[in-house]
Design a protein around this ligand. Structure first.
Ligand code: NAD
Length: 366
């Protein structure tokens, strides 16, 4: 089999891992890495034994596929250049800055008839893969995605940086358009929103509460689903899936607590999980990492011409929903009236300190 000639455009925090994984695939030849910062390109290229570039133009016409991992503001210009040249593209999430830009890329990919994949990596999380194999029709979902402030991706806020992962998962899991969106959130450090909570009401009756924060001390990424079929809980960090369902006995006859005798009632607490509700814990941690799975999937789509699991349309739909969350967020009335203050930057002045501020020693080296 001929090796697929590939390049990674943007080899910063995440792109260097795309390049490392692709360079280790036997059916891929990493012909180059591109970074606007030439030193960064040289460093990564030297490590991986490939050629550094500070511009992508020399690679047009010399690659079979590319992975684009630049900051979001550059996704459209870089991806459109490759799609126009008929080169299949994997672009990191969020797909672009605007829905109009995403629509343009979708049209270019369709015209060139090449795969166009968006890097919503959690779709390749083994715990999520396990869940979607099962017949579940979510009716209430709670999604939480929290992490510490890293100073990265500050060109966007917590909605486009973090929440968009869960918006994509929800759209794929619930499979229904969203009817109503309400949201509240604050720009704690100024600039873009750092924490957000959104409530989504889907046309099929499902309701989702989605929280994203990039100023939380400990990371947490989880999804909890309630459905007629049972409950599913995913921890995306540990890649564990917990499933709970009614036993056949309960599904058939229910649980008539009022008519249980005293002994049966006394056993109830111990028997709830086991006899009445059955629990299955699945550990996805032994399966490979999801970035490798995502890249392998893309390579396979390029070879076969199959439509990627996360298509350009999926990336666009997640972005459109994210824009609706941002609009709801900007219209949130902190004091309950439309005259303001409104939105993530309008958080009212604090009434005081919650506790006596601690004195912080200044870093002498600074
Ligand atoms: P980063 O700033 O660490 O890296 C981006 C790199 O791109 C930098 O080295 C920069 O010099 C380079 N660059 C900028 N403009 C360029 C251009 N026009 N051509 C070539 N190189 C260019 O950012 P990051 O954290 O690696 O994020 C990159 C992208 O990946 C963003 O879109 C981000 O949203 C996405 N991301 C996705 C996930 C995920 O979970 N899927 C996680 C982190 C980041």
């Amino acid at each position: 089999m001929t090796r697929l000639r590939m390049a990674v455009i943007g080899v910063g925090h995440l792109g260097q891992h795309h390049a490392r994984i692709l360079s280790g695939m036997p059916d891929v030849e990493l012909v180059g890495v591109v970074d606007a910062n030439p030193e960064q390109a040289r460093g990564i290229a030297a490590k991986l034994g490939t050629t550094p570039y500070d511009q992508y133009t020399p690679l047009l016409g010399r690659v079979d596929a590319v992975s684009i991992v630049t900051p979001t503001i550059h996704h459209h210009s870089v991806a459109s250049a490759f799609l126009r040249a008929g080169v299949p593209v994997l672009v990191e999430k969020p797909v672009c800055r605007t829905v109009a830009e995403a629509d343009d890329l979708i049209a270019l990919a369709a015209k060139a008839n090449v795969p166009f994949q968006v890097g919503h990596i959690e779709r390749f999380n083994p715990a999520f893969e396990e869940l979607v194999r099962r017949p579940i029709r979510p009716k209430f979902v709670e999604a939480e995605r929290h992490g510490p402030f890293t100073g990265r991706s500050v060109d966007i806020g917590a909605v486009l940086d973090l929440m968009i992962h869960d918006l994509d998962l929800l759209l794929s899991l619930v499979g229904s358009p969203v009817r109503n969106v309400s949201a509240v959130g604050a720009a704690v450090f100024g600039g873009h929103e750092d924490m957000v909570n959104a409530r989504l009401e889907f046309e099929n009756g499902c309701v989702a509460h989605v929280t994203a924060s990039r100023i939380t001390k400990l990371p947490k990424r989880r999804l909890r689903v309630w459905a007629p079929e049972g409950y599913a809980g995913i921890d995306f960090v540990t890649r564990k899936l917990t499933l709970v369902q009614q036993s056949e006995e309960v599904r058939e006859h229910g649980l008539d607590v009022e008519h249980l005798d005293a002994a049966a009632k006394a056993r109830l607490k111990d028997e709830v999980f086991g006899r009445y509700l059955q629990v299955l814990n699945l550990d996805g941690d032994r399966k490979g990492d999801q970035l490798t799975a995502e890249l392998k999937h893309f390579v396979n789509c390029v070879r076969t011409g199959n439509c990627p699991r996360v298509s350009g349309e999926d990336g666009r739909n997640a972005l459109e929903l994210a824009e609706r969350v941002l609009t709801a967020l900007r219209n949130h009335q902190w004091n309950g009236h439309v005259e303001g203050p409104l939105g993530p930057n309008g958080l009212p002045q604090p009434a005081g300190f919650l506790f006596t501020p601690m004195k912080i020693a200044q870093n002498k080296a600074a």
